[in-house]
Write a protein of this length. Sequence first.
Length: 626
Amino acid sequence: MTSFRIAATELRRLTAGKLPKLAVVALVLVPLLYASFYLYANFDPYGRLSKLPAALVNSDSGSDDRNVGREVTDAAISSGTFQWHEVSAEAAHEGVSSGEYSFAITIPPDFSAALLSSGSFTPQQATIRLTTNDATNYLAHTIANQVAEQIRATIAEKVGQEAANRFLIGFSTIYGKTQEAADGASALADGAGRLVTGQRELADGAGRLATGGDDLAAGLKTLKNSVATLPQNTKALSDGASQVAAGNAQIAAAANTLANSAKDLRNTLGDANGQLAQQLRAKGLPEAEVQQVLAAVADLRAPLDSAGSRIQSTTAQLNQLATGSRQVADGAATLAASAPALTNGIGQASDGANALTAGATKLKDGAKTALDGTTALSKGATQLRDGLDEGLRQIPDPSDSARTATADTIADPVTVDNAGLASADTYGAGLAPFFLALATWIGAFVLFLVLRPLSTRALAAGVAPVRVAVGGWLAAALLGAVQVLVLFGAVTWLVGIHVAHPLGALGFAVLASLTFTAIVHALNAMFGAVGKFLALVLLVLQLVSAGGTFPWQTLPDALYPLHLLLPMGYVVDGLRHLLYAGASLESLTDVVVLCAYLAGALAVSSFAARKQRVWTMSKLKPELSL
């Protein structure tokens, strides 16, 4: 009798009547009812949070023409995240107490004032009150904590963005004022430079003025010494000029008398010529002889006429000399009268030149001192200009878009770039590996409520223990595979859980079913009715150690060995990889562990079959029968 024949005989026994057939169908559907309905009910609870009633109380009185509480309330209600109800504080408290509302969020009266207090350097933390009631639902409390934290983070980001924006606008203002200061410092440096140049020229001019003043003082001193006797000399000159003018006047008068006498003589001689001509004609001289006599007389008068002309000319010159001498005498008198004043003026000019030299020397020294100060001023102004320019380059002056982006970054400096290597789409998909593994174990457990682990007929016929063990397991393995196929189809097609690697996940689930049925079969074959209890205990141990909901590393240390030893943790791990990402080396390890459990369980079943070939009183009449 082969193992397949033993398994076929057991299956025929189970399907011999109508009720047994229904029982087989029920056994196949047990994992489906357990896992698929649970996953369906919890497929996407976060997607239905809008059905969760929550109270929102806004008591904010606002501040500075702004009511942040009102903004938060309106934003929360319009988001539709929860079934928000804006109510009074009393209604919210009563609603949370009675279970009408899952939780309540209260915004206090000073909410806006506290949020905006940093602007007046009187910082105060704003508070949002969260009211929960674990007597209605503990998870609602957890969700409410997350909601409150999200609201807090959103408000903090918004307020931080506004504060950062004002802060950056302040930088722009500082930049503008520093720019004006830098321009002023640049103008100051340029002016100081020009002032240095002018003062250097002033110092040079003052030096030249001092040198020229020395020369002028020396020259005026010489002139002063030279004109010391000028008044006496000009007085003597004036007296001499007066005497010369008087003598010239006398000479001119005598010359005028002589000139008049010569003129009278010439007139007399002219009249005498006429009379002589008449007398000669009267005496009967021919006209020719008269003319000869007149010509001879004219020749005799020629020297006299020439001397008369020279006397007239000389007389005119003597008159001019007399007039000029008088003018010279008058000028000399005026010079003599002005000489003392001129001498005094030259003395005063000499003294002024000395004072000018002393003042020019002081001006030169003062200009040098001023030049040193102005040079220091120019250097300081240049350093101020360069320092302001350097500081200006370090002061940010963002554009409106850059300021907004920077304020957003300051308010929310960290973002999460979700680069998940694998992801479960929904909450139900995240729990699917655990509940598929759990349903597979339960399916294997319920199979042996009706299946016999070992064929008594085969044992009595002396069939090899291995064949008996494998034959007793094959019937359960076949039904377990059917359970997995039905369960997998319902979870993927009806519930809608996406599977990244369908064939691999289905094959692995079948392997898990084969392993679990082998383990439960081994327990039943080895320990009989006690084996069923041990299978139930093993289920409980795997429930708490498989890490199906939370990461297994969060388990108490005492449960670590159970996680590493029992097979369900490997089933959960393998299904996660195959449902979310696909085959990997980690899932290969899970396959190896399950195959080892499968082989070990069949070995235990074979050992139990060998033991069952010996009949004892306890076997014929067991103390406990299930």
